[in-house]
Design a binder for this molecule. Structure first.
Ligand SMILES: Nc1ncnc2c1ncn2[C@@H]1O[C@H](COP(=O)(O)OP(=O)(O)OP(=O)(O)O)[C@@H](O)[C@H]1O
Ligand SMILES: [Mg+2]
Length: 308
């Protein structure tokens, strides 16, 4: 049986459809990523899967429990880290753990065992009496994860867990996620960092409430098969972008830092031709080559295509 089974899940707010006919399933021990622009409907979907928000239509079965029929039953079987960390800032590390232990109804012995686990996992030993609001974002994030899994849920929902956290802490956090998945825990996670999305076993790209694409990173990259990406470095990237966009074989361009990626309409156009014409247009090109598509190329392609 799948850990999460979603069928035609829909949520409307008045006339506005925030989540539109979503269907997908997530296997046990899978790290499943949700990618989408701001307002795509990721948090709304997660809140429905956690039994916090009623679906307008469709069904979701999480850990064998139908979220519409038994939202309380779902809450007991899952861990949830909301987009705004759900810790109490005015409490100490220890007090937060005790508080969440109470919420999940842990007995004293189990709470103490789990407290030791969380302090270890989060690297917070020795900081038990520290006020949560004075912890750095990385510690707070690991404590929030620990509190969300105090009751050892088999399924965990993480809504943008790494927002505002430095790269080193993000790495450390993803090591924890990988460990949880290795233990058979199912993780559904949203992120805006595409490098993080590469950790996910499978990814769903959500755009305006709908499923735009789903698959492994390799499968998603296949969506650009037959449309090569040419990476151009030039003295003036904006001028290069304009010149590329005027060329008939270029479908579209996007800026990647100081380089420009051009998606070609078809394979075959040699980058050398592009260089010649860029130079004719007065653009000083330092390099121009076909590159493997990144997840960001795929994401921009999917999201822009549906917006136009
Ligand atoms: N309670 C609500 N009432 C009305 N509209 C809502 C409500 N909750 C969410 N929305 C709208 O639904 C859409 C989806 O919101 P949601 O928070 O799910 O997006 P998201 O993908 O999580 O975005 P972000 O990346 O910014 O967190 C947005 O347009 C939002 O304004
Ligand atoms: Mg959100």
């Amino acid at each position: 049986m799948n850990a999460i089974e979603v069928r035609q899940l829909t949520r409307r707010f008045g006339d506005f459809t925030a989540v539109d006919d979503l269907s997908f399933s997530v296997g046990r021990g899978e790290i499943f990523g949700f990618l989408g622009s701001n307002g795509a409907g990721k948090s709304t979907t997660i809140r429905m899967l956690c039994g916090l928000l009623r679906p307008s239509s469709g069904t979701a079965v999480v850990g064998g429990v139908d979220v519409g029929a038994d939202p309380e039953g779902v809450k007991r079987r899952i861990g949830y880290m909301s987009q705004r960390f759900s810790l109490y800032e005015a409490l100490t590390v220890d007090q937060n753990i005790t508080f969440f232990g109470g919420v999940y109804g842990l007995g004293r012995e189990r709470l103490e065992a789990r407290r030791a686990f969380v302090l270890e996992m989060a690297g917070l030993r020795g900081r038990e009496k520290t006020l949560t609001r004075t912890l750095s974002a990385g510690w707070r994030q690991r404590l929030a994860l620990g509190c969300a899994i105090l009751h050892e849920p088999p399924i965990v929902f993480l809504d943008e867990p790494t927002g505002g956290v430095d790269p080193l802490s993000r790495r450390r956090f993803w090591l924890l996620i990988d460990q949880l998945a290795d233990e058979g825990i199912t993780i559904l996670v949203t992120t805006h960092y595409l490098d993080e999305a590469e950790h996910c076993h499978r990814i769903a790209v959500i755009d305006a409430g709908r499923l735009a694409a789903m698959g492994t990173v390799a499968e998603l990259k296949q969506l650009l098969a037959g449309r090569p990406i040419v990476e151009v470095r030039a003295g003036e990237p904006v001028a290069a972008m304009r010149a590329l966009e005027a060329m008939p074989e270029v479908e579209k361009t996007s800026m990647f830092g100081t380089t420009v990626h051009a998606v070609l309409r078809a394979a075959g156009a040699a980058p050398g031709h592009l260089v010649g014409r860029l130079q004719e247009a007065g653009v000083a090109v330092s390099s121009c080559e076909v590159v493997e598509p990144s997840l960001e190329d795929v994401f921009l392609d999917l999201v822009e295509r549906s917006a136009s």
